[in-house]
Design a protein around this ligand. Structure first.
Ligand SMILES: Nc1ncnc2c1ncn2[C@@H]1O[C@H](COP(=O)(O)OP(=O)(O)OP(=O)(O)O)[C@@H](O)[C@H]1O
Ligand SMILES: [Mg+2]
Length: 200
């Protein structure tokens, strides 16, 4: 059994806490701390589907199975790290400050474009895309690679998008539009973000 300590906490959402794996610095362990495990179950089911499709894992952390911890069952994923070993910051972090967005304008705009392209190419369906669920891996060159660390998958009762690439692409397009609009709405005063989205 793995012992998770508060000092290893990497991030916290509404339902889960994400800890650095105490025995492997490249992994994290997520435990449900509020509500039930429905979301985690849905996520695991989707992971199983895309594993079968042999997708590229360039922008989604690999899932390494479940593990027993002192805080209950944990799910093990790749931990997204910057080139210097620091845990990557979220897109929310970079967009919450106009100064940060401006300072990383080129890196973030190309990375956003590449993420959109990746989701289309690999036909990855997401629930609502949110900046707090996107980790921005900072590379040595100052460029970024974005990872969707939460909320992938499909909650449709009849998930036709999992079988039809036509419907999948339509859905991914809608989700991306919604993502852009919600960012513009949340970060109304971020002029750099406005320019960025106009140009991608
Ligand atoms: N693989 C990862 N690598 C680096 N950081 C991560 C990773 N997964 C999660 N995090 C960080 O931990 C936070 C919480 O994790 P996660 O989003 O999975 O929790 P959640 O409770 O499901 O979130 P939500 O409130 O969106 O439902 C994220 O916002 C992010 O900052
Ligand atoms: Mg989250």
């Amino acid at each position: 059994m793995i012992n998770l300590d508060k000092s290893d906490l990497v991030g916290k959402g509404l339902h889960r806490e994400c800890y650095r794996h105490p025995e492997n610095e490249n992994l994290c362990i997520k435990v449900v701390v509020f509500g039930n495990a429905d979301e985690t179950r849905r996520e695991k089911k989707y992971y199983r589907q895309i594993e079968k499709r042999n997708i590229s894992w360039d922008m989604i952390p690999l899932f390494h199975g479940d593990i027993e911890t002192n805080l209950g069952i944990g799910s093990v994923f790749d931990l997204i790290l910057d080139h210097n070993g620091a845990v990557s910051k979220t897109l929310e972090y970079y967009l919450s400050s106009n100064k940060e967005t401006e300072a990383h304008y080129d890196g973030l705009s190309s990375a956003l474009y590449l993420l959109k392209d990746y989701l289309f190419q690999q036909q990855i369906i997401t629930m609502a895309l949110k900046p707090k669920n996107i980790s921005c891996k900072k590379m040595h060159s100052g460029s970024f690679r974005l990872f969707v660390v939460d909320n992938i998958g499909n909650s449709d009762f009849i998930p036709i998008c999992n079988y039809s690439s036509y419907f999948a692409k339509k859905k991914i397009f809608r989700k991306w539009k919604h993502f852009e609009n919600s960012m513009l709405n949340t970060y109304k005063h971020n002029e750099a973000l406005y320019r960025m989205l106009k140009n991608t």
